[in-house]
Design a protein around this ligand. Structure first.
Ligand code: ZN
Length: 438
């Protein structure tokens, strides 16, 4: 083979392999497993075939008396236990799930999991009537997180992140998206992403959010964006530290125009895109997400009917974060309008020290059900398949379908008890790629 052709082939293989490993960090060993004794299995396969749009209770795809088989961490057969093919009955490691209800593991598609310090005092001051501006002036707000996160070592950040990841695992979450964005220097952001990459057990999907705020060291948003593209982007690529890029489009942060410049560059380099869009004011974030074919647009409190129409007609997944709206004491996003017009929706905690210091998955669903009028099947699909779509992992996660990874939860109650009791998801066990984590 001519040298140039061989080199080109090698390069291509390396690129696709590194992208997959960033996304999934596969832990599968060659193993075949049979899971039986399932009272009810909700596969969500029908929701998957509908691309998680306009889902109803039927789309949870219920199988009573179910079983399924995984091989090397992937589902190879799903059905009624009595229909199990003979080839899977013998010479297989079998687990009896003892009459439990089973459904896909949850996907947490928006967190700021890695940060040091806390903003507890600020929360108290805000509730006692002090304005956000006044708190920010006296060193509060994002700066209050920036300093301790810059000072923390990578090892310390991993330890903090691991502890928080364990809280998600306990609630049946196997996959967690983690954003950078609390160092706001090229090296500090890399440190955050390396720290996230060292978290064990949970599957971590890393997102570069260097454009979270404008650090004091820069005179303008433009200058900071140029710095990120020149200094951070090459390092990110070199080390393969993230596969997604995100930006906060908001007044006083980054404009739609600047967002377009920044995200377009990341897209050229093969990154998936996400946008913190229209949270505090309508600034064109949702429009930009549609225009650039981003995987997701997040928050979406201030969108209007035109934005809703565009989002619904697009492939963008709308990631809704009602715990942040609770803490911000603001309106909730128009989930009903989005869903009714055919938009795909995900739900997540937005865990962060300022506006959503909570990793309570059940609470997210409770708020979505009460204030956003989402049905329980819509809430379940949003926290599984919707999250998988937001992360570009819909072919791997979010439903118990042939060919997908065997990530699932075994409940200690009925499906109807999910997203009911804040602080508690009735999850007895969690499996990732057929291996028990919990
Ligand atoms: Zn966020």
């Amino acid at each position: 083979m001519p040298k140039s052709k061989a080199a080109a082939g090698k390069k291509k293989t390396k690129k696709s392999a590194s992208k997959l490993s960033q996304k999934l960090a596969p832990s599968a060993k060659p193993k075949r497993r049979l899971f039986t004794g399932i009272k009810t299995l909700f596969t969500l396969d029908r929701a998957f075939r509908k691309a998680a749009r306009r889902v109803t209770a039927d789309d949870l795809d219920r199988i009573d008396g179910a079983a399924f088989v995984s091989e090397n961490g992937r589902i190879v057969w799903v059905g009624k236990e009595k229909d199990l093919p003979r080839e899977f009955k013998n010479a297989i490691k079998s687990e009896d799930l003892q009459g439990a209800v089973v459904l896909p593991a949850f996907v947490e598609s928006h967190t700021h999991l890695i940060y040091a310090g806390n903003r507890a005092a600020e929360f108290e001051r805000r509730n006692q009537g002090e304005s956000y501006q006044s708190i920010a002036k006296s060193g509060g707000g994002i700066l209050a997180t920036l300093i301790p996160t810059r000072e923390a070592s990578e090892k310390e950040l991993t330890a903090i992140g691991q502890e928080r990841a364990e809280r998600f695992l306990k609630q049946g979450v196997s996959t967690i998206e983690v954003k950078s964005g609390y160092a706001l220097t090229a090296e500090g952001e890399m440190k955050m992403l390396r720290a996230a990459g060292a978290i064990r057990r949970a599957r971590i999907v890393r997102t570069f959010l260097g454009a979270h705020a404008i650090p004091k060291e820069f005179k303008s948003a433009e200058a900071y964006i140029d710095y990120l593209l020149e200094e951070a982007l090459p390092q990110l690529k070199k080390e393969g530290l993230a596969c997604r890029a995100d930006i906060f489009i908001e007044q006083g942060y980054f404009s739609k125009e600047l967002g377009k410049k920044y995200l377009s560059r990341f897209r050229e380099e093969g990154f998936d895109l996400a946008v913190h869009a229209d949270q505090l004011s309508r600034c064109g974030g949702a429009e930009l997400a549609v225009e650039l074919k981003a995987r997701s647009a997040e928050h979406l409190i201030q969108i209007n009917d035109e934005d809703i129409r565009k989002l619904s007609a697009s492939e963008v997944t709308c990631v809704l974060l009602p715990t942040a709206d609770l803490y911000m004491n603001c309106a909730y996003p128009p989930a009903r309008k989005l869903i009714d017009q055919g938009a795909r929706v995900a739900l997540a905690t937005d865990l962060n020290p300022g506006t959503s210091p909570s990793s309570d998955v059940a609470l997210v669903g409770v708020l979505a059900r009460i204030y956003m009028k989402m049905s329980l099947p819509e809430t379940i699909v949003a926290y599984t398949l919707g999250g998988a779509y937001a992360l570009g992992l819909e072919k791997e996660l979010g439903s118990i379908s042939k060919g997908k990874l065997a990530d699932f939860v075994v409940l200690e109650g009925e499906m109807e008890e999910l997203f009911l009791e804040a602080g508690r998801q009735p999850v007895a066990r969690l499996y990732r790629e057929g291996e028990r984590l919990l």
